[in-house]
Design a protein around this ligand. Sequence first.
Ligand SMILES: Nc1ncnc2c1ncn2[C@@H]1O[C@H](COP(=O)(O)OP(=O)(O)OP(=O)(O)O)[C@@H](O)[C@H]1O
Ligand SMILES: [Mg+2]
Length: 483
Amino acid sequence: MNTFLLKTEQLTKRFGSNIVLNQVSLEIPAGCILGLVGENGAGKSTFVKCVTGIYKPDGGSVCLGGNVSMIPQEFNLAQDLSVCENIFLGREPSRFGVINRKKMAADSAALLRRLSAEISPYGSVAELNVAEKQMVEIAKALSVQSKLLIMDEPTTVLNSRETAILFQVMRELKNEGCSIIFISHRLDEICEICDDVAVLRDGSLVHRCAASELDPEKIARLMVGRELTRLFPEQISVQNGEIALECAGISSGKEVSDISFSLIRGSVTGIAGLAGAGRTELAEAICGLRKRNAGTIKVSGKNVSIRKPADSIKNRIVYLTEDRQASGLLPDFSVTRNTTLASLIKYCTAGFIHSGKETLSALEYIREFGIKTASPDAPVSSLSGGNQQKVAIAKCLDNAPEIFIFDEPTRGVDVGARREIYDFIASLAKAGMTCLIISSDLDEIIGMCPRILVMRSGKLAGELNGAEITQENIMYLATGVKK
Ligand SMILES: Nc1ncnc2c1ncn2[C@@H]1O[C@H](COP(=O)(O)OP(=O)(O)OP(=O)(O)O)[C@@H](O)[C@H]1O
Ligand SMILES: [Mg+2]
């Protein structure tokens, strides 16, 4: 009798000469939530892709005790199909050979209700935000009713309420005898929801134990294989100086109304708020990605007209989007071309792209950020999720910005790399760059920003400085409710 829902033996996978999985032997019994952790590029996604048959292993075996479904790390939705068509893609319920659209919509609605997601089954996927897209991916995976469900970083784009609902569903599935492989860089989540934890380091399974034996610090140590010290760089509070960016009365649609603030050169400021508070929309309105109904923007004291993204870049304002897949990167292009894409003009002489210069610049970023890639010519799609995020930042930097707006900069980034990104933001500020960080991660925003603007329902609910910055004060401004 096989009581395991998954058993891999000596699973090995290579890409070229790069050994990405090295003899991984792992068993998962029924009714178990297994947390799979490891640094960016450790092989987590590759492991689950070998399990689901997306990749063919080079050695070892995979034995499954039931069918398996997966929520992939990068969205895999057909943009021109509706929500319910996506959920049942390839498995459309039919009667007498005709797709039963009514049933498809009703079943989709029931799945979305289970996830408390207010999404219309008939709506278009292209119009959903990242959290909604993630919910559709989850509904799609649930619709298969598998014994083994694999979730590759499902919570990176979810807020705490959505995450709590997902965890509830995960517990229900577990009680029904299903098992789940749960991948996340949020180590507190791993400790909260998982029964067991497996740690991958450089493609090898280095640890497997009960989650109750671990805490986030212990997991982080196992992941990187050494002691970790502080996560956040020293904060530098800039009180006086030239105003780099001044926004007055910015309004855009229903999402952003009458927002005014200014940023001093070289400062690091956070924007906090619940999902839907309008933080991303505010950034988009500033950068010309979204129409402004009102408001003026001054850069270094001068009025500027920003109507489209190119105007924003011209005025040295860059925006790292939260949805790197939809607007950040071109996955089939090389690492090099992605980093230089927005600033190709720099690499051109007489209309020709100087590819040597381009590669040199890319190599510099690869070194500076520790981007794990086989070569500068490798397509971005071959990089792990966290390394793709580093490429997205490099791409923005290549425009030599003065004002850098980061939207969820460490989403999907492991603890070690996260530190690199934080240090990097701090060094940019030290060099005089003005940084604005939008983040749903309270620890991150508190750790990085000596000044925090809090948004609620499209408006600026208040501002916190220095010692005023606490979780409670942020949540109070974000919700309007005192705990
Ligand atoms: N299709 C591919 N071709 C070449 N190399 C690849 C391919 N897919 C993954 N790799 C390499 O395999 C290694 C492991 O990648 P993987 O995506 O499994 O990491 P991960 O642990 O999921 O990381 P993350 O936390 O960043 O998502 C990386 O170095 C990556 O560059
Ligand atoms: Mg991954």
